[in-house]
Ligand binder design. Sequence first.
Ligand code: HEM
Length: 343
Amino acid sequence: MGFEFNNETFRNDFTFKNSERAIRRFPFPFDRDDYMYSVNMEPHVPGRPGSVFEHAFDVDEHYLAEMRDRDLVLKEDPLRCQSLPHMELAGWDLLELIMESKARDYPHWFALHKTGNRWTWINRPMEIEQTFTFLDPSTLPYGPMEYITRQTQGDFTLQDQRDDNLWIEAGMVTTQADWSLDFDIGMGFHEWHAPVPLAHEKGVFDRALKFLLKLQHGAPVRRFNWTHTVDPLLDTSPENYPKWGPTRTEMTMENLGQRMHLRVELQTLWRLPRSNAIAFPIRCYLIKYDELVTVPKWARRMHRVVRDIHPELAAYKGFLRNRDLMTAWLAQYDDGAPTSPGW
Ligand code: HEM
């Protein structure tokens, strides 16, 4: 694949960084100079070779470090992974989807051998070889969702569909942008989205739910979400707010390039075949401002988006306090040239 897995941390000494390759393939989420919520969904079809869209589940240089960080979060707080009893079948659906995708897309790292319901899964980077019986949880060290998401980058939630609604009833959530699975579990689509400003009145969530209720197996979709994080901390959870909330007060013109990170979530939505549930992987990509501005067109656009964003969105995303500073810092990289629509 032309890269090695980084030995890096997302806490304490924060040694996380992106290689040149990772910067070049970073999923910069803005296709224009301004930003407002919309129902921004498109088919999750394979993209350009080397891009984060090339495969269904992108594996990149941060894989092993992210899995180590997940393990640390779970040791401190096991409630980051929960599955209500009726969601076990959806967990098996997810396990099958990920194992088949990774074995197909990354055969040098992953393999899946099936003899009837007797499956052997090989994950070479994590040095795992596991033989188990599909649909028999007693043959795995964890439940099926936990088992596979301990080996897959990104957060995951599983939604049951009933009464014309989606219900968040299982998840592995250790790298989230300030929301809590433990708080949200059991909620419906509009309820868990309640804190989001401006989008409800624009009908964004009514339309998104209507679309998702009809999502078809084999036709996944994707969308971007984004925010900012001080330091490359994956676990910006409400549970840990005292650890990371105060760092927002430490930003200066001098340290912003190193400490301010654009945090992009590549979210995909999959109808699952047996359970009829919807899987929602939320894959987080971090890039520090110093890395981002090495691509001049991103720097220009980032400046304009931050400068002009609605204050309620900046407040919800947690960077209103630093918005002026960020705008001033980014302005150094905006020569005023027009940008064209698209990436
Ligand atoms: C935010 C979950 C699908 C749009 C959120 C939040 C959660 C969430 C937990 C954070 C809310 C908070 O502040 O506590 C989910 C799940 C989905 C889903 C589980 C899949 C079933 C969608 C879709 C859209 C969408 C399809 C399309 C319009 C948004 C927006 C935000 C949001 C705009 C605010 C994000 C920000 O500004 O940072 N979602 N969501 N979500 N969601 Fe979803």
